[in-house]
Ligand binder design. Structure first.
Ligand code: TYD
Length: 206
C-alpha cells in the first residue's frame, strides 16, 4: 500500500461529519491529494446496498443479514475505490469502517466479535487502517449537547440504551487495536479539530 488509510469512528451525534468537513478544508489548504469517502456506501453498488440496510421498509432484517450486508458493501467499496486510490499513493479518509461493524453488530446487536471479524477478514487482513480516529463522546453527552434527548421518552431511551452498548463496544476495541485512537470531543468543534490534526501529524499520517 503506497498511500495511507485513515478511518473515523464515533457514536451518533459525535460530530464526525463536521470534523471530516473541517479536515477536508485543511487538507485542501495544504494541497494534499486525498480521497474522502464513507461507509456504508462510497461506490455505486455499495450505495445500493446502503439503501437496503437503512431502509425503514426492512424492519424484519435479521442481525446476521445486516452484518453481512455491511461487510458486502465494505468489500465492494474497498476493491472498487479505496484500494486503487491507496495503490496510486493517495491518502484515503473513510467515514466509518470495519470497527463500526464490530461496535454496532458485534457488541450492540450481540453477534459477537469473532463472527464480525470472520466476515470482515478481507478488510481486517488486507486493508487494516494506518490509523483510526475515534471521536470520543458518550451517547448521553452527545444527545444532551445536540438533541436534548428526553429522559422520559421511551423511544429515545431505547435508542440511548443501544447507543450506550455501541459506545462500550468502541471502548473495548480501543483496548485491543493499537492503531485506534480516542480523541476527546467535549470541547468546541475547533478544539476537537486541532486535536485531530495534531494526532494525524504526530502519527505521520499527514
Ligand atoms: P449514517 O447516516 O452514515 O450515519 P453516521 O452519520 O452516524 O455515520 O448511517 C450509517 C449507520 O450505519 C450508522 O447508524 C452506523 C451504522 N453502521 C453499522 O451499524 N455498521 C457498520 O459497519 C457501518 C459502516 C455503519
Amino acid at each position: 500500500m503506497k498511500g495511507k488509510f485513515i478511518t473515523f469512528e464515533g457514536c451518533e451525534g459525535s460530530g464526525k461529519s463536521t470534523q471530516l468537513r473541517m479536515l477536508g478544508e485543511y487538507l485542501d489548504g495544504l494541497g494534499v491529494d486525498y480521497v474522502m469517502t464513507r461507509e456504508p456506501g462510497g461506490s455505486a453498488i455499495a450505495e445500493e446496498i446502503r439503501k437496503i440496510i437503512l431502509s425503514g421498509k426492512n424492519a424484519e432484517m435479521c442481525d446476521e443479514c445486516e452484518a453481512l450486508l455491511y461487510a458486502a458493501a465494505r468489500v465492494q467499496h474497498l476493491k472498487e475505490k479505496i484500494a486503487p486510490a491507496l495503490e496510486s499513493g493517495k491518502l484515503v479518509i473513510c467515514d466509518r469502517y470495519v470497527y463500526s461493524s464490530l461496535a454496532y453488530q458485534g457488541y450492540a446487536r450481540g453477534l459477537g466479535r469473532e463472527y464480525v471479524e470472520s466476515i470482515n477478514n478481507f478488510a481486517l487482513k488486507e486493508y487494516p487502517p494506518y490509523l483510526t480516529v475515534f471521536l470520543d463522546i458518550s451517547p448521553a453527552e452527545a444527545f444532551n449537547r445536540k438533541h436534548g434527548a428526553d429522559p422520559d421518552d421511551r423511544i429515545e431511551q431505547l435508542g440511548l440504551d443501544f447507543h450506550c452498548k455501541v459506545y462500550e463496544g468502541y471502548k473495548k476495541i480501543a483496548e485491543d487495536y493499537p492503531n485506534f485512537f480516542a480523541v476527546d470531543c467535549l470541547g468546541t468543534k475547533y478544539q476537537t479539530q486541532e486535536k485531530i490534526r495534531a494526532l494525524l501529524k504526530e502519527k505521520g499520517a499527514i
